[in-house]
Design a protein around this ligand. Structure first.
Ligand code: HEM
Length: 236
């Protein structure tokens, strides 16, 4: 068994804080919506606003981190091995077939994850956050005559925000289910806690899928060279 370092410290912090905040926002948001009654409307609305500022802050840090580290390249979509990956989730994994793609620090997302997470980052989160911000400032901005946001009917803002919230919940359920499809039921979650993914020796020695669209060629070449060196060293 070989340990591969996949998720960096900030990435793990960002992942779990984002998950916690989204769950808390769902809990308080659905109380504002009237679906549950635990904290009371006033408290739920206050906590929802505080948590939403925390999420906005976290998103700003995460965007900065992705740009500075070049990790945004992990999300560049690719069709390479996409069909194999879909087939694996639909049929292969129930037959005990091996994963068609391997996870490495340079390429931590499979082609289906790239598409899904890109949609999450570019559509789902922006729809929910932007509609939330418009919701928050719907009256106050208009009062100061800065931007006439109140021209957008509050009902439609609430509709898009609630739709985003429901879709985020659907995403969460599917996402948690998908985490169980790793080497063992908990191996993917463990990797997001410790940063390390365990792989069978021969799996770890396999070529990462195309270095695919993500990592820059130089990094891929460097990693391949390093691996070749390690292999030669091991054999000697
Ligand atoms: C930065 C992100 C967010 C902002 C700025 C935001 C802001 C708001 C605001 C201002 C309200 C109206 C309640 C009030 O007056 O305080 C609201 C309602 C609500 N929020 Fe959020 N929110 C955010 C994220 C989320 C997330 C991630 C979820 C769920 C996963 C969510 C679910 C809801 C729901 C269900 C409602 C009730 C909508 C209604 O029935 O009108 N919100 N949000």
């Amino acid at each position: 068994m070989k340990k591969v370092y996949v998720y960096k410290g900030f990435e793990r912090f960002w992942h779990w804080s984002q998950a916690g905040l989204i769950l808390f926002l769902a809990f308080t948001g659905f109380e504002v919506h009237g679906s549950i009654h635990v904290l009371g409307f006033e408290h739920a609305a206050l906590f929802h606003r505080v948590a939403s500022w925390m999420l906005i802050g976290l998103i700003i840090f995460a965007i900065f981190w992705h740009v500075v580290t070049g990790e945004w390249r992990q999300y560049i979509p690719t069709t390479q091995k996409l069909a194999e990956q879909i087939r694996f989730y639909a049929v292969g994994m129930f037959r005990g077939e091996p994963h068609p793609t391997k996870k490495t620090g340079l390429q931590k997302l499979n082609p289906l994850q790239r598409l899904t997470y890109l949609g999450f980052k570019l559509v789902l989160i922006p729809v929910t956050v932007i509609s939330g911000i418009i919701y928050m400032f719907h009256k106050s901005i208009d009062k100061n005559d800065l931007v006439v946001i109140s021209d957008i009917p509050l009902e439609s803002v609430a509709f898009w925000h609630t739709l985003g919230a429901f879709l985020l919940m659907v995403f969460l359920v599917v996402h948690v289910y998908m985490t169980t499809t790793g080497r063992t039921i908990t191996s993917n979650i463990e990797a997001m806690v410790t940063g390390y993914e365990c792989e069978e020796e021969e799996e770890a020695a396999e070529e990462p899928v195309g270095g695919v669209a993500g990592a820059p060629a130089a990094e891929v070449a460097e990693a391949a060279e390093k691996k070749a060196g390690e292999e030669t060293g091991e054999k000697a």
